[in-house]
Design a protein around this ligand. Structure first.
Ligand SMILES: [Zn+2]
Length: 258
């Protein structure tokens, strides 16, 4: 992470708290974007993404697929609000984007999307879709979107910082939300999202073994032409191993929810 000196001066003079402890993970995070700002700008970026997709005919109209994805995410959301109560007030939403990409995401505030490419090419089961979306929802619960936005903002220097410090004008933040979506998650962030994602899915009644299967499929698909998903989700070699080790702990949660 690189910060310009002018940015640090602005931060210092504005007296912004740049470090917060996430209530789910207990980890201290560098954030210069408030939860409210992150959610408002994400809502803007999400509306824009959906409207662009609709114009291009890329918003899936497959009723059965939309219903399938919604049924899965609804069960995950019910558990997310237990694991992270502030998410009860989120305006959750999920879209199915009719694009070839292997991709899925969840913005701050619960604005989600999954691409038909990842469902079709990896021939995903409901359990595997639940693992992907559980992982993405965990990024949002764990405040990773805010971290990425803070990073995007910091690397843009003082460009939009004035409006953020003032806390009023959010127009400058929507592009930041967009940029943040395309930034890779940190290795620590990925491990956290894996850990909480598999638990979220298990509590919602989805097989924890599917997390391992999913990453095996992903690894198979990434040979030659790395999928979009992997550019924002650096996959450490020990990911499958770490998820495998979590299965015994998650199985009772899964059995209980089933
Ligand atoms: Zn991730």
């Amino acid at each position: 992470m690189k910060f310009t000196s002018s940015l640090l001066i602005v931060l210092a003079t504005a007296g912004l708290t740049a470090c917060e402890t996430n209530t789910v993970s207990g980890r201290k995070q560098f954030v210069i974007v408030s939860e409210e700002q992150a959610q408002a700008s994400s809502a803007q970026a999400y509306a824009q993404t959906l409207s662009d997709a609709q114009k291009k005919g890329k918003l899936s109209t497959d009723a059965a697929l939309n219903a399938r994805v919604k049924r899965i995410t609804d069960r995950l959301i019910a558990q997310a609000t237990v694991m992270y109560p502030p998410s009860k007030s989120w305006k959750w939403s999920v879209a199915v984007l009719d694009e070839d990409q292997l991709n899925a995401w969840c913005m701050p505030g619960g604005k989600m999307a999954i691409y038909t490419g990842i469902i079709e090419k990896l021939d995903l089961t409901d359990d595997e879709i639940a693992q992907i979306m559980g992982h993405e929802i965990s990024h949002a619960m764990l405040g990773h979107g805010r971290e990425r936005m803070s990073r995007a903002l910091a690397t843009q220097g003082g460009l939009v910082l004035g409006s953020v410090v003032a806390g009023t004008d959010l127009s400058g933040l929507a592009p930041v939300a967009d940029i943040a979506l395309n930034l890779p998650n940190s290795r620590a962030g990925e491990s956290e999202a894996d850990r909480y994602g598999i638990e979220l899915a298990a509590r919602a009644g989805y097989d924890p073994r599917a997390a391992v299967k999913l990453w095996q499929k992903m690894a198979g698909a990434s040979k030659g032409n790395p999928p979009k998903f992997l550019s924002t989700h650096p996959a450490p070699d020990d990911r499958i191993q770490a998820l495998t080790a979590l299965i015994p702990k998650m199985t009772p949660l899964y059995e209980k929810a089933r």
